[in-house]
Design a binder for this molecule. Structure first.
Ligand code: NAD
Length: 378
């Protein structure tokens, strides 16, 4: 029974992410995003798709907008912000026309803007669903930051809205476009170090300002698990090549005032086929940012694994070394090519939903003390 279930889990995983390594190859990831062409693009090979950013906070300002100055297949074409000063500053810095600048009330008028093809949602987590759905209804393709939403129910609504509008939905899982991660996925899939038996993975940081939205349950949906623990979960899923069959989690809280609404630290373990995974996420301390995978013939891993820069890899056969890339440039160029070619993204909404079902099971286990089987494959 367990074998049958584990096989079907593996198949479901491969169905979505099997395009992953193949996708990496066909999009020419390592050759600077080579494009093989589609009839539409053959007519306009140089056309860069227009991207509108919704939410001009830290990530948009420091990572995404700079990445959009380097992308080959898309460009910054519009902004959505509730702050007049930010709108003015960005319009001047990026030479954006007045007609492509929106606030949250006027956002739906983006439907009339032919210069914008993709809307990238970079808002606090609980706002992802509303803006994804509004963007899809406006006829735009949607790229949405992680975590996809704050509940599996919202993830499903987002998937349905994009499906109904016949628009693509991609989730900002930037590590799936990073060469060290791709190499590790290949090691795992090709069993270079033997079949995997164990993975450790963790991501966390010491959080500052106690008033920020990341500590507000209504806006964040949860604490470090939603925010950065999802990277550790992703790594386990794409290395083990399947879905968790059983999950148990423990929450640790040393500061109940600061962490009144969300968890401070979560340790969880899960079984994916023959692979046991031991994971951690925390807002209490710095330095946890790694994964390591152990096979029957050797081991490999990355540390730091999930930072924007400086990814380093080691293995029992020597270092894992690739050029550093801009993760946001890679993910955006890949998504733009999927839109241009009408090809599937390797980070679809369904991938975000699968993670959300596991995150919900982790919270349930931490709250009840029980071992949980995620609802995904029941
Ligand atoms: P941020 O707080 O710096 O920016 C959030 C933006 O949303 C701000 O411009 C703020 O004005 C706007 N906003 C609109 N309504 C708001 C409200 N009700 N409360 C608070 N802010 C509101 O956050 P960020 O770090 O840019 O994160 C944004 C999203 O990006 C989050 O979903 C986060 O998980 C994700 N993120 C992803 C990565 C990554 O590596 N992929 C890194 C950081 C953040």
């Amino acid at each position: 029974m367990k074998d049958k279930k584990s096989l079907s889990n593996r198949r479901a995983f491969i169905k979505t992410t099997g395009k992953l390594s193949a996708g990496a190859m066909t999009t020419g990831l390592f050759a600077g995003g080579l494009f093989t062409g589609s009839p539409a693009l053959a007519r306009e090979p140089e056309k860069k798709l227009g991207v509108a950013l919704v939410g001009l906070g830290n990530l948009s300002t420091k990572q995404i907008a700079p990445a959009l100055q380097k992308t080959a297949h898309c460009r910054l074409a519009g902004i959505v912000s509730g702050t007049p000063e930010k709108r003015k500053k960005w319009a001047s810095q990026y030479d954006l026309p007045e007609s492509s600048i929106y606030d949250y009330e006027s956002f739906d008028k983006i439907a009339d803007n032919d210069d914008i093809d993709i809307v990238y949602i970079v808002l606090p987590n609980s706002m992802h669903a509303e803006y994804t759905i509004r963007a899809a209804k406006a006829g735009k393709h949607v790229f949405c930051e992680k975590p996809m939403a704050t509940s599996s129910e919202d993830c499903r609504k987002m998937i349905n809205a994009c499906r109904d509008a016949q628009r693509k939905l991609g989730i900002g899982y930037r590590c799936q476009f990073e060469p060290h991660h791709l190499e590790c996925m290949k090691f795992a899939a090709e069993k270079n170090f033997g079949p995997l038996r164990h993975i450790t993975a963790g991501f966390g940081f010491k959080i500052g300002n106690p008033k920020q939205w990341r500590l507000n349950k209504e806006l964040a949906g949860g604490g470090p698990l939603m925010d950065v623990g999802v990277y550790a979960l992703q790594a386990c899923r794409y290395l083990a090549g399947g879905e968790p069959e059983s999950i148990s989690a423990i929450e640790i809280k040393t500061d109940p005032v600061k962490f009144a609404e969300v968890e401070e630290t979560l340790n969880w373990s899960m079984q994916i086929g023959d692979v046991s995974c031991s994971c951690q996420t925390s807002y209490a301390y710095n330095g946890i940012n790694q994964f390591h995978a152990y096979g029957t013939k050797g081991h490999f891993g990355l540390a730091p694994a999930f930072s924007y820069k400086g990814i380093k890899g080691t293995s029992s056969s020597g270092p894992i070394k690739f050029p550093q890339v801009d993760h946001f440039q890679m993910e955006l160029d890949d998504f733009a090519q999927c839109v241009k070619n009408d090809s599937p993204t390797r980070v679809p909404g369904e991938e975000g939903l699968r993670d959300m079902l596991v995150l919900e099971a982790i919270y349930e286990s931490a709250a009840t003390g029980k071992t949980i089987t995620p609802a995904a494959f029941q």
